[in-house]
Write a protein that binds this ligand. Sequence first.
Ligand code: SAM
Length: 451
Amino acid sequence: MGLPVQLLNALSTVKGFDNNAFEAVHASGEQVTSIRLNPFKNAQPFTDIRKKSIPWCKQGYYLSSRPSFTLDPIFHAGAYYVQEASSMFLWHALEQLVGSETKGKKVLDLCAAPGGKSTLLASYFYDGLVVANEVIKSRAAILVENITKWGQPNVIVTNNDPEHFKQLEGYFDVIVVDAPCSGSGLFRKDPTAIEEWSEENVLHCSQRQERILAAIVPSLKEGGMLLYSTCSYSVEEDEKIADWLVANMGMQPLQIPIESEWNIVQTSAKHCGAPGFRFYPNLVEGEGFFIAAFIKSAPHSIAKLKEVNLPKPTKPEMALMQQFFAMPDGYSAFKQNEAIRIISNEWMNTLQQLANVLYIKKAGIEIGTPKGKDMIPSHELAMSVVNKSSLPFIDVDQSQALQYLRRSELQLDAKQGWYLIKFANVFLGWVKVLPNRVNNYYPAEWRVLKA
Ligand code: SAM
């Protein structure tokens, strides 16, 4: 299917756009596959088909072919995330703008599902806090799954409308808005998006982007940083939004230094001159992407926030948990439904403040659920990067790993008890070995169905 003529016409005057090269790269059918490694999991995926590293993200790699990720056990263990290369530029932007000052920073990823940017942020701000929010309930479930697999304890997943954040005035140090958009940047990967594209939708998206930003900018601290991105080429959703942010929302543009050989095109918003960074697939090895960064210069009042007292485990429950898994230093325990969870002491009050305002889908790491004299360990604990060296595990080979992920029965030679299943240095989940069988505790809703 041909690219929309109205889009090509609209782009004809935009810096860096080359109609022939742009159409040719879409017609070529060429696909780019890239992954970003989890720096906190000890695995080395696809060393045989890694083509080269992605210049703007040190954990990113291009692959020379597209393997079946579904049939790769360590994919399910969160050892890497399959992410489009251009969007990994967020890592470079953070390196340039935030540097190593990550400790204690509160970061919001407002439009977070399925979690590509959130997992990147969780790695970058490993000693900060990342609030990953998704407004659409069904998509929040995918976000929870990907955050669980990534395993960082410093993430809180919420399911809220941007409007709900208005109560958190001046709260966050960094806000990422990877806005819902008309999606032209994904035409090559997903040609069905071409049929859905229209000029009306571009305008609809740009109005929605302004609404989202108007709701969320008040939650940014004075001096805090906003990273705004889309996968649209339309100026209405990119540079014009940058102009709008500067004219209406007390934001000042920020420069992101780049290397010329990366072929990223730097544009300038018409009225305020804000630098914007465009990724055209005929120039970079990646899909269409736009990003711009801002600092908030407008003052704000600091919200006085109430805290919800999250229920704490009882002494016997804590004793049961500690018997099974010794709580790491510097963490606090709390209960959600029947399960015991932990979060860094540093973020406990913050969590209690957020719980007063937002709908929390997941916070910290679920350790397990006390049941009589037993503790049913959680899949989140298996996936987490907290130190699990005291926990028993069983090493399996690739075919057993896939059997496990399919929730099939396993034959394991071990004495009775709970075990982590370990494959290629990473953990896949739990089994309980009983005298006559092995119970598979891989989450039913995530099991591998592909033959
Ligand atoms: N950041 C994600 C990642 O890297 O994996 C991709 C985000 S996607 C471009 C935009 C997200 O915004 C979608 O998950 C969509 O459900 C959400 N969204 C849709 N309408 C929204 C709204 N009105 N306010 C906030 N988010 C919205």
